[in-house]
Design a binder for this molecule. Structure first.
Ligand code: GDP
Ligand code: MG
Length: 552
């Protein structure tokens, strides 16, 4: 297929603004799927995705579109719909030359719209703003166009107004994709080079890697290398996605498709990695980084007799998600289990929900923790760890203050967009979470965008729910990594009949400790359950109910 007639693009949007609905319409209009109700949201395959309206695993589809008497190949590269997956979003986006930035014409710009815009903007992509849901009675596309001009500096003339639900102006979207988004710059005469932007696991064939070909071509039987893993494989199968797999003989420069090459684990096809031909090595594409876990939690079977079935469920789920890290763990109280690392809170919730829904496993989840760092002072400890700055993912292993020069905690920059009636309440919520305000602007007459730097630890439990409930659901929130900062941290051990219960150990900030916990030495009993601040603590305390007294 001639590169000049290829367009690679993504749809990006705040949750519920209509990304999946528009994707379905585009698939229908180009004949990739039939126009039946049953095909609603074919791109969102998992049950949890349909329920929560988010995309966990991105799906990709190649569409053939007739325009001015020519056939165009439009590759729609779906991206995961949440901030936790922002690295994956940025890798899928880097396989594209343009994006459709969907904004709900009723809700207007929300926190994730802003985050997604910057990912596309920094990748220097063509951005086509699409105002969706103009059929709604309360839609106010004029106001939303003004927001887009003000916040993104995009002239309102560039906005397309559509209703993805009714199909209004959706054809215009495809025309503008062809007109405004440039073709990929990939060259067929160059050596083969492809970006892995997603991967899934299949029991019979192993890993299926979704790739965007940046140069050259690849055929069945070719020997290929994954640049960062440095392993060589033979291509068993390749093809395009429509969105189901259609095997072909070759994939060419500019195309998007899949390869199956005998990889046994999704970790072998890491998102962001580069594939090239064994006989023609090339330099890897820039920007690769391995998935980084930001939230950790212990997972244990409710009953140890369920250990084996839970293990197989955890294995199956992690086979398909290379961004979950797994470590075996065991505790006196809860028995054998795992300590899992997730990209973020939602990622963890989705994982737990899938465990529950797809494998029927009942589990105890310990309170989520974040990776702290400690600069060690004790020579003995430095020798033990083999380094001076250590990352601690399990609070029970937190080194004592006497052995540490300084503790560091992970920080994030949070964006909140809210109607201005709620700003007062939200500001105090943020202050209570040790946040520092960086910026506050009006995006229109009644809506405010605030930027705060938060300790990640302060938002992992309950923050989002509180924000939503105090704003009657109107405030939206998104965050990005902001490195580490020094912090005065204290480890709190809970004692059960005089012995520490590791699962309850938490890390608190010096400033908060007196407010959050009763005096040291306080005896908890089962009647004190209401003192537990989170569902996680409550769950574990329930288990010990019969034991009847806690102390910390
Ligand atoms: P996503 O989270 O961005 O993928 O959003 P969805 O495509 O799942 O849409 C979220 C909700 O908005 C669903 O209930 C859709 O039926 C609805 N929706 C999507 N597009 C339109 C539209 O153009 N008009 C109206 N009225 N509703 C829409
Ligand atoms: Mg969706």
């Amino acid at each position: 297929f001639p590169v000049e007639r290829i367009r690679n693009f993504s749809i990006i949007a705040h949750i519920d603004h209509g990304k999946s609905t528009l994707a379905d319409r585009l698939l229908e209009m180009t004949g990739a799927i039939a126009k039946t109700e049953r095909n609603k949201q074919v791109l969102d395959k998992l049950q949890v995705e349909r329920e929560r309206g988010i995309t966990v695993k991105a799906q990709t589809a190649s569409l053939f579109y007739q325009h001015d008497g020519e056939t165009y190949l439009l590759n729609l590269i779906d991206t995961p719909g949440h901030v936790d997956f922002s690295y994956e979003v940025s890798r899928s986006i880097s396989a594209c030359q343009g994006v459709l930035l969907i904004v709900d014409a009723n809700q207007g710009i929300q926190a994730q719209t802003v985050a997604n815009f910057y990912l596309a903007f920094e990748a220097q992509l063509t951005i086509i703003p699409v105002l969706n849901k103009i059929d709604l009675k309360n839609a106010d596309p004029d106001r939303v166009e003004k927001q887009i001009e003000k916040i993104f500096d995009i002239p309102k003339e560039e906005c397309i107004r559509i209703s993805a639900k009714l199909g209004t102006n959706v054809d215009q979207v495809l025309q503008e994709v062809v007109k405004r988004i440039p073709p990929p710059t990939a060259k067929l005469e160059e050596p083969f080079k492809a970006l892995v932007f997603d991967s899934t696991f299949d029991h019979y064939r192993g890993v299926i890697a979704n790739i965007a070909v940046f140069g050259g071509q690849v055929c069945k039987g070719d020997r290929i290398v994954s640049a960062h893993m440095g392993k060589t494989y033979e291509v068993n199968e390749l093809g395009i996605l429509r969105p189901d797999e259609r095997p072909t003989e070759k994939l060419y420069a500019g195309q998007v498709g899949y390869v199956v090459a005998g990889m046994k684990e999704v970790k072998e096809a890491q998102i962001g990695d580069t594939l090239y031909l064994h006989k023609q090595p090339v330099e890897a594409l820039p920007g690769f980084k391995p998935a980084k876990s930001m939230v950790f939690a212990g997972i244990y079977p409710m009953d140890q007799s369920e250990y084996t079935s839970l293990r197989s469920a955890v294995e199956k789920l992690t086979l398909n998600d290379s961004s979950v890290t797994v470590q075996r763990d065991s505790s006196l109280a809860l028995g054998a289990g795992w300590r899992l690392g997730f990209l973020g809170l939602l990622h963890m919730e989705v994982f737990n929900q899938r465990l529950d829904q797809e494998y029927n496993a009942s589990v105890i989840v310990t309170a989520p923790t974040v990776p702290y760092k400690a600069v060690l002072s004790s020579a003995k400890l430095i020798k033990e760890y083999g380094e001076e700055v250590v990352t601690i993912v399990n609070p029970a292993q937190f080194p004592d203050k006497s052995q540490v020069v300084q503790y560091l905690e992970p920080m994030v920059t949070g964006t909140i967009i809210t109607p201005d009636d709620f700003t007062g309440k939200i500001i105090s919520l943020c202050l209570g979470r040790r946040a520092i305000q960086k910026n506050m602007v009006y995006i229109d007459d009644h809506r405010v965008m605030m930027k705060y730097v938060f300790p990640l630890n302060e938002i992992v439990v309950d923050f989002y729910d509180q924000l939503k409930s105090m704003s009657s659901g109107y405030a939206s929130f998104d965050y990005e990594d902001a490195g580490y900062e020094p912090a005065e941290l204290i480890k709190i051990d809970f004692l059960l009949n005089g012995r520490p219960v590791e699962e309850l150990t938490t890390i608190s900030h010096g400033k908060k400790i007196n407010k959050s916990y009763p005096k040291k030495g306080f005896i908890y009993s089962s009647s004190c359950l209401q003192l537990c601040k989170t569902g996680y603590e409550r769950q574990i305390w329930q288990k010990f109910k019969s034991d009847n007294c806690f102390r910390y």
